[in-house]
Design a protein around this ligand. Structure first.
Ligand code: NAD
Ligand code: DAO
Ligand code: ZN
Ligand code: ZN
Length: 369
């Protein structure tokens, strides 16, 4: 079938809006009509050419929501008409990662997904006969996409697509990092570096968990007001701190953070986030994705004296199980999403969404089809 799509032909070039050909679902796959998709920093990272897994030409996008319009043979858990969120971390419930109880990183289709292919090794998108790579197993910058059944969360039908698409990445990543990965407890002091689309969700997760101090750190003072709406109790602009940032935060928090979260993707900030943790027990969680080949460093004594360094992907969430629950939290008013969606626009304007992100003018832009 034909589908309107934003195609990434090459790194650092604007996406082009084109009509692509989409092949139908094969065994264990579903065809989804994407109704809305967020534009995340990670899409920009891949488009920039810095992503070692980035392949071109491709259909990017990984934060979508839509409706199942066709199912391939053998699909059991989904049917036409189901409202769904595609998952860039699948949940097969059978591989040794899924059954370990220790991780959300299902490996069932990891090798093909990382290579921009469907699980059978084929590409299902093309333009004038030229095949296009898939992206993160989701490719949501197209009106129609094909996704394996194990990478689809079925959600309630009364939830608005143009809001719940954000649960496909940013909301789940931020809240999940607090609840699933760090397991923040009531009374903990939390420090969040980077108050963008991910950091704000870390803040709202920390508030849900009953954190005491929720310190937000950002070089853009324009991020302060929104972060306060989501529960930030103290704001630090590193450019206004006299002297070193780390001792400043250790002093502010009365000894250091119980948990810190890096939501920038900057290896120097990752070091600050670790070193502002409380001696003896503080844990720092890396969420940000650093540039290709970059490395983190600290003095090992930081770890010897009880600080821990961790990371998290998709907030440690098991998508088919956890994403429908997060949609319920939103619909029940337990979490807020609407104020973070600062811009909504049609597919034709998707390059403007990237521009707004680079200028720090948006939290989330959502594309509606
Ligand atoms: P964003 O651009 O919306 O926000 C980043 C924020 O960091 C901005 O507010 C910016 O002003 C701030 N910042 C920049 N330099 C800073 C510094 N030196 N100190 C403090 N703040 C600084 O990005 P986002 O969408 O929130 O994504 C954040 C990171 O998370 C990206 O690296 C993205 O790729 C990554 N990410 C990871 C996962 C995961 O599963 N681990 C999922 C989604 C996104
Ligand atoms: O299983 O090896 C693996 C990788 C799973 C993909 C997780 C990617 C998460 C971080 C990238 C940011 C997502 C928007
Ligand atoms: Zn994302
Ligand atoms: Zn699995």
């Amino acid at each position: 079938m034909k589908s309107r799509a934003a195609v990434a032909h090459a790194p650092n070039k604007p996406l082009t809006i084109e009509e692509i050909e989409v092949g139908g679902p094969k065994e264990g796959e579903v065809l989804i009509e994407i109704k809305a998709t967020g534009v995340c920093h990670t899409d920009a990272y891949t488009l920039s050419g810095a992503d070692p897994e980035g392949l071109f030409p491709a259909v990017l996008g990984h934060e979508g929501a839509g409706i199942v319009v066709d199912v391939g043979p053998g699909v059991q858990s989904l049917k036409k008409g189901d409202h769904v969120i595609p998952l860039y971390v699948p949940e097969c419930r059978e591989c040794n990662f899924c059954t370990s109880g220790k991780t959300n990183l299902c490996q069932a289709i990891r090798s093909t997904q990382g290579a921009g292919l469907m699980p059978d090794g084929s590409k299902r998108f093309s333009i004038d006969g030229e095949p296009l790579f898939h992206y993160m197993g989701t490719s949501t910058f197209t009106n129609y996409t094909v996704v394996p059944e194990i990478a689809v969360a079925k959600v309630r039908e009364d939830a608005p697509f143009d809001k719940i698409c954000y649960i496909g990445c940013g909301v789940t990543t931020g809240i999940g990092a607090v609840i699933n990965t760090a397991k923040v407890a009531p009374g903990d002091n939390v420090v969040v570096f980077g108050l963008g689309g991910i950091g704000l969700n870390v803040i709202q997760g920390a508030r849900m968990a009953g954190a005491n101090m929720i310190v937000g750190v950002d070089i853009n003072p324009g991020k302060k007001e929104m972060a306060e709406r989501f529960g930030m109790t103290h704001f630090v602009n590193p450019r206004e701190v006299e002297g070193d940032l780390v001792p400043y935060i250790v002093n502010l928090t009365g000894g250091g953070a119980d948990y810190s979260f890096e939501c920038v993707g900057n290896v120097q900030v990752m070091r600050q986030a670790l070193e502002c943790c409380h001696k003896g027990w503080g844990t720092s969680v890396i969420i940000g994705v650093a540039g290709s080949g970059e490395e983190i460093s600290t003095r090992p004594f930081q770890l010897v004296t009880g600080r821990s360094w961790r990371g998290t992907a998709f907030g440690g969430a098991k998508g088919r199980t956890d994403v429908p629950k997060i949609v319920d939290w939103y619909m029940d008013g337990k979490i807020s999403i609407d104020p973070m969606i600062t811009h909504t626009m049609p597919l034709d304007e998707i390059n403007h969404a990237f521009h707004l992100m680079h200028e720090g003018e948006s939290i989330r832009s959502v594309i509606t089809f």
